[in-house]
Ligand binder design. Structure first.
Ligand SMILES: *[C@@H]1O[C@H](CO)[C@@H](O)[C@H](O)[C@H]1NC(C)=O
Ligand SMILES: *[C@@H]1O[C@H](CO)[C@@H](O)[C@H](O)[C@H]1NC(C)=O
Ligand SMILES: *[C@@H]1O[C@H](CO)[C@@H](O)[C@H](O)[C@H]1NC(C)=O
Ligand SMILES: *[C@@H]1O[C@H](CO)[C@@H](O)[C@H](O)[C@H]1NC(C)=O
Ligand SMILES: *[C@@H]1O[C@H](CO)[C@@H](O)[C@H](O)[C@H]1NC(C)=O
Ligand SMILES: *[C@@H]1O[C@H](CO)[C@@H](O)[C@H](O)[C@H]1NC(C)=O
Ligand SMILES: *[C@@H]1O[C@H](CO)[C@@H](O)[C@H](O)[C@H]1NC(C)=O
Ligand SMILES: *[C@@H]1O[C@H](CO)[C@@H](O)[C@H](O)[C@H]1NC(C)=O
Ligand SMILES: *[C@@H]1O[C@H](CO)[C@@H](O)[C@H](O)[C@H]1NC(C)=O
Ligand SMILES: *[C@@H]1O[C@H](CO)[C@@H](O)[C@H](O)[C@H]1NC(C)=O
Ligand SMILES: *[C@@H]1O[C@H](CO)[C@@H](O)[C@H](O)[C@H]1NC(C)=O
Ligand SMILES: *[C@@H]1O[C@H](CO)[C@@H](O)[C@H](O)[C@H]1NC(C)=O
Length: 597
């Protein structure tokens, strides 16, 4: 006893001074946690390493653990009922002390984003009052213990093996271009990561009759072949996330009990050569459906009762039907993502009557049809709402109609690699939110409209490989201060700007292959203002002569072929990956890079 016991000392301090502080600060309702709960929290702390001092407020000398970071007590009883110990990625490490079980009133336990490096302790199944349990990305591995199924009040269970994966946004589009100058779409959000947690079966889940929200993303569920039946026993389930779970089988369901389901994410599994099961579209309350990257084959089911959908992603499958009419009749749809399938037929004009759609992505399919049939009769609200329109790599024909300039919020327009003809309408200069304009790989003709120079938010222009002709001047770029990428090779265009032109932009990629650059076939002097042109430079077949400026040799993809350039090729290394130099008068040894021709 005596002064060596800090908690007794603190208790006497508290007994003497509390009434005064309480009175002065108006905190007379303050409640105190039972000492046994405080002690078990301290045992928990002392069994761990805490390199970022996340638990520094957990002080032995402090009587009231209700004031500690992450600890929440019940206002009337003082019992610890919530522990919020979310880390910063690799924070808390080491053994979880079973003394935590003294917190018998715990309803919320969040241990996410830590690095415990152990199997999930089976005593977790004894927190009988737990309602929310978050073990996501906490460094656990091995088989999830069945007695989690004893937590019969559980409403939320999150054991995701990876931090929240957001669906690939349209801001991730630009990564690289091949030499033809068009972007290789890359969907970076799905990262390869080992599934550290696994299950031997999921039957234990069916005892969690209150469960509303289940996230097992990146847990290896390959042995849970009956997962569909198990899930169907959870009548309260609203959100189910089984992304990247190595699921190989999805069975039919004759009777749906999970009518409350609003979110179903089973993306990135391996349902080889299976049709999309019909029961999914019998889920009447479904709002969010993600089936991407599953090699589903055959049709998008022709019937659906999922009329409340807001988000649907069926991309990266082998779906080969037309778009069923129910899909463009779901009036709440905000995100429609059907890229990378084999869908056929005309893109239904019904899409352009939807009022809330922000993203319509149909790229890399076999869609046909005519621009004017598709966009000739758009509703006002569709024009207001749409932010992303992606029809790249289809077989859409016809002309770019004036109505395309009527979008109010459009940021991303990708019509690359279709069969479009005719001119680029001047009305496109009204798309004031536009960041990406991609019209490459079509058969567009006539001049580039001057109005494009007004698109002050534009970052990337792709108009490569068309039949555009005429003169491009400084006005075409007048207000393009944010332009990063100008990819316009393989047209019949010429550039006519003054000797002293200082462009408003700093490009990282420029394609002017086959252009006529004027000014006596010299390398244009304005290029020297481009201090950031490190990714892509195509000046092939522009008739330029002279000595190659030394900074050209730092560009990742460089095409200078079919010109009159001369001088010595330096020892280029580092940044250069692809270099095309044929048909010039250059001397010296060919550089040792990935691909020198
Ligand atoms: C748990 O805490 C108790 C009391 O502090 C301690 O004796 C025990 O060794 C701890 N267990 C582990 C596994 O750290
Ligand atoms: C606090 O505890 C009382 C008594 O056990 C309980 O009725 C109440 O719901 C609890 N409050 C909260 C917010 O959990
Ligand atoms: C508990 O009391 C604190 C302080 O009086 C208050 O901020 C908090 O909202 C209360 N919590 C509940 C669940 O009543
Ligand atoms: C669980 O924790 C992770 C990481 O802290 C968080 O992103 C996620 O939203 C939490 N899950 C639930 C259901 O609250
Ligand atoms: C908890 O679950 C395990 C395994 O599922 C079981 O053997 C055990 O009897 C359960 N305990 C309680 C108290 O229900
Ligand atoms: C999942 O587990 C199965 C068998 O348990 C194993 O064969 C497979 O390699 C695992 N998959 C991943 C991605 O770890
Ligand atoms: C589904 O609900 C029906 C009717 O309530 C019930 O008979 C059946 O057992 C339930 N099925 C499952 C798998 O829970
Ligand atoms: C597709 O799913 C597999 C796992 O089945 C995953 O490894 C891969 O990263 C996913 N690809 C994409 C583009 O999402
Ligand atoms: C939609 O609901 C009707 C009436 O309950 C039912 O007959 C039909 O099979 C359901 N369709 C789907 C695709 O589940
Ligand atoms: C779709 O693919 C399936 C499976 O390969 C095939 O049997 C069917 O004929 C295809 N349908 C169409 C319309 O191409
Ligand atoms: C460029 O922007 C300025 C200021 O917003 C505007 O006054 C000017 O007319 C614009 N020029 C062109 C060519 O669009
Ligand atoms: C150069 O480009 C990089 C992206 O590649 C960008 O982050 C940076 O801001 C650019 N610098 C200038 C001066 O424009």
């Amino acid at each position: 006893m005596g002064r060596s016991n800090p908690s007794i000392a603190a208790l006497s301090f508290f007994l003497v001074f509390f009434p005064i502080t309480c009175f002065k600060l108006g905190k007379c309702n303050s409640i105190f946690c039972p000492q046994i709960e405080k002690q078990s929290l301290l045992s928990f702390k002392h069994s761990l390493q805490d390199p970022y001092h996340q638990l520094s407020s957990w002080d032995d000398g402090d009587v009231n653990c209700c004031k500690w970071n992450g600890v929440v007590c019940n206002n009337s009883t003082g019992h610890v009922h919530q522990l919020h110990l979310r880390g910063f990625g690799l924070s808390l490490r080491g053994q979880i002390n079973s003394s935590l079980l003294n917190l018998k009133h715990l309803t919320h336990l969040d241990l996410s984003l830590n690095n415990f490096k152990q199997t999930i302790p089976s005593f977790f199944g004894s927190f009988t009052k737990l309602e929310l349990f978050n073990l996501s990305f906490a460094g656990f591995h091995g088989v999830i213990p069945h007695n989690i199924g004893n937590l019969s009040y559980l409403r939320t269970l999150d054991v995701a093996g990876f931090p929240n994966i957001v669906p690939a946004g349209h801001n991730n589009y630009y990564h690289s271009r091949n030499l033809a100058g068009y972007p290789d779409m890359e969907f970076a959000a799905h990262v390869s990561f080992p599934n550290l947690l696994q299950v031997d079966n999921l039957e234990w889940l069916s005892r969690l009759s209150e469960l509303e929200n289940l996230n097992m993303n990146f847990v290896n569920l390959s042995r849970a072949t009956d997962w569909v039946q198990v899930i169907n026993t959870l009548p309260s389930l609203q959100q189910l996330r089984f992304q990247n779970c190595s699921l190989g089988y999805i069975s039919p369901l004759s009777y749906i009990n999970i009518t409350s389901l609003t979110l179903l994410d089973i993306s990135s599994n391996n349902f080889h050569s299976t049709e999309v099961p019909k029961w999914i579209f019998g889920l009447q309350n479904l709002q969010f459906l993600d089936l991407r990257n599953n090699t589903f084959i055959g049709p998008i089911p022709a019937n659906s009762n999922a009329t409340k959908l807001k988000y649907i992603d069926l991309s990266f499958n082998f779906l080969n039907s037309t778009v069923p009419s129910w899909l463009h009749s779901c009036i709440d749809l905000e995100f429609i993502v059907l890229d990378f399938n084999f869908l056929t037929g005309a893109v239904p004009a019904g899409f352009t009557n939807l009022c809330k759609t922000r993203r319509l992505s149909l790229s890399n399919n076999n869609f046909q049809g005519n621009m004017s049939n598709l966009f000739g009769n758009m509703s006002e609200c569709f024009l207001e709402a749409l932010e992303v329109l992606d029809l790249q790599f289809n077989k859409i024909s016809g002309q770019l109609i004036d109505q395309l300039g009527e979008f109010k919020s459009l940021e991303y327009l990708n019509l690359n690699k279709n069969l479009l003809t005719g001119p680029i309408p001047a009305s496109m200069g009204k798309l004031s939110s536009l960041k990406v304009l991609a019209l490459g790989g079509n058969k567009l003709t006539q001049n580039l409209p001057h109005s494009l120079g007004q698109l002050c938010n534009l970052k990337w222009i792709f108009i490569f490989d068309n039949k555009l002709e005429g003169v491009v001047t400084e006005t075409h770029f007048a207000n393009l201060t944010k332009l990063d990428v100008f990819s316009a090779s393989d047209n019949r265009l010429s550039l006519n700007v003054s000797q002293s032109w200082i462009p408003p932009f700093q490009l990282i990629a420029l394609g002017l292959g086959s252009w006529s650059l004027g000014a006596g076939s010299k390398i244009p002097s304005w290029l020297e203002t481009q201090k950031n042109l490190t990714d892509y430079l195509d000046l092939a077949d522009t008739g330029i002569s002279g000595i190659v400026p030394s900074w050209f040799w730092n560009t990742r993809i460089l095409n200078l072929s079919h010109n009159q350039l001369h001088g010595e090729i330096p020892d280029v290394r580092g940044a250069v990956q692809f270099i095309y130099l044929s048909s010039n008068k250059l001397e010296g040894t060919l550089p040792r890079v990935g691909d020198a021709l």
